[in-house]
Design a binder for this molecule. Structure first.
Ligand code: SF4
Length: 432
């Protein structure tokens, strides 16, 4: 396979990337960073098995064939990449690419050792590292630099991706480990990232570990600090996959990255920013032009959909809310995508419904949930996620209605307050 010849470049120490930023292997030496708060200890049950998160080189064996997850740092899908994924889905998969709740793409129904499929994805630049492909989980505020936000973080995800792939230490991170670069609006910071930089001004922000702020970091130092923090986590994680699973990870990472003396000077943190997720529909850009946010039915992009997107825009941003941003998208693009079945208005029920793979793709599923979910895309009035079992894969992080298949062909409906989809309240009911 062509990809197996790829390898990461050794990177013994973090290098400075901006003025006033100097980070050694243990901590920051310049007084650029200040610790703002450190959380109380958080303890999660220890992991008893290795992470099996799928990638392109290590697909998951699903009931409908191999499932390959393509990481898209920052959600960026170029025109060439969209065409490559379309061809791969059409000729080697189930005919579609599926959006994930982390802003990635999945191909299903592949043959496990299909060298042609792999070659197409590698040639399109979608597998830049054979050693780090599963750890390239980087969210960035999709509308940054387009509309709103405090800082313009475009390009930071790509630089972080390159730095991740250049760190041999970080090849050992779990495939569940998540980075986020939030431009201040709080959208991707709310996706439960392990490490997050969140803008407080146009040029500075705060580093958060498992949601806990640990220090101020300038925009110019984001990449170096995130890599240093991830390397610190790798050194303390043991069998843990996520920062929330390690006892006092925020405090220990703060001590490693910023130094113990700064760690002791914790102060209070106020999270006053409003969390604003891009809504489906036309968006007025800061430059007065138009951008467009659209949603495919059940997060499924048929090969023809991908080719249409590639024709309409040189770049599309995949969001963790199973929507797509066209940075420049006016009335013509809106009409073309509406004609292809995309939701193009915030009120569309299509934009409110998502579903897991269900039967026949997932052997654990108790029902063909996607068929059921398609009926809801006509009527849904609130955010709804339909799943085939209690694992509730792909559940939104915010409030939503969970529709869970039960044995015997019924579904149980529960109103979920938020979090990871397992904390719920309110009434629940069954439908045949
Ligand atoms: S929620 Fe259950 S049925 Fe759906 S994909 Fe996950 S494991 Fe499979």
């Amino acid at each position: 396979m062509r990809a197996t010849s790829l390898s990461a470049t050794a990177r013994p120490h973090v290098k400075p990337s901006g003025p006033g930023v100097t980070i050694g292997s243990r901590h920051a030496r310049n007084a650029v960073f200040t610790v703002t708060a450190v959380s109380p200890p958080v303890v999660q049950p220890p992991r008893v098995r290795a992470d099996a998160c799928p990638g392109v080189l290590a697909p998951h064996d699903a009931a409908d064939g191999a499932l390959a997850r393509i990481r898209l740092p920052g959600g960026v899908l170029t025109r060439a990449a969209a065409r490559a994924v379309a061809d791969c889905a059409r000729h080697h998969g189930d005919g579609a690419a599926h959006l994930t709740s982390r802003g990635n793409l999945q191909l299903r129904g592949l043959r496990r050792d299909d060298p042609d499929a792999l070659s197409m994805l590698v040639a399109a630049g979608l597998v830049p590292s054979s050693t780090h492909e599963r750890v390239r989980n980087v969210l960035a505020s999709p509308l940054s630099g387009i509309a709103g936000g405090l800082a313009d973080v475009r390009g930071v995800a790509a630089r972080l991706d390159a730095a991740l792939c250049a760190s041999p230490t970080l090849a050992g991170l779990s495939g569940r480990f998540l980075f986020a670069i939030d431009d201040g609006r709080g959208d991707v910071a709310a996706q439960a990232p392990d490490l997050c930089w969140r803008a407080r001004t146009a040029t500075s922000g705060t580093l958060l570990v498992a949601g806990t702020p640990i220090g101020a970091v300038p925009l110019t130092g984001v990449v170096d600090v995130l890599v240093a923090a991830a390397e610190a986590f790798a050194g303390m994680s043991g069998a843990a996959w996520r920062t929330a699973e390690v006892l006092d990870a925020p405090g220990r990472i703060a001590a490693s990255v910023f130094g113990n003396e700064q760690h002791s000077g914790a102060t209070e943190w106020h999270d006053g920013a409003v969390r604003t997720v891009p809504e489906v529909g036309q968006v007025l850009r800061d430059d007065g032009r138009a951008a467009l946010v659209v949603a495919p039915v059940l997060g499924e992009l048929a090969a023809d959909d991908l080719r249409l997107l590639a024709r309409l825009s040189p770049e599309v941003l995949v969001t963790p809310w199973r929507t797509l941003v066209l940075p420049r998208g006016g009335a013509a693009e809106r009409r073309a995508l509406a004609a292809a079945g995309f939701a193009v208005d915030a009120g569309s029920p299509v934009a409110k419904v998502s579903a897991c793979a269900g039967s026949p793709g997932c052997a654990k599923s108790l029902a063909d949930v996607r068929s059921h979910a398609r009926t809801l895309t006509v009527t849904a009035g609130s955010r709804t996620h339909v799943v085939g079992c209690e694992r509730r894969c792909g559940a939104p992080h915010g409030p939503h209605r969970a529709v869970v298949a039960r044995a015997g062909g019924s579904y149980e409906t529960t109103d979920v307050v938020g979090g990871d989809g397992r904390h719920s309240q309110g009434s629940s009911g069954r439908t045949a």
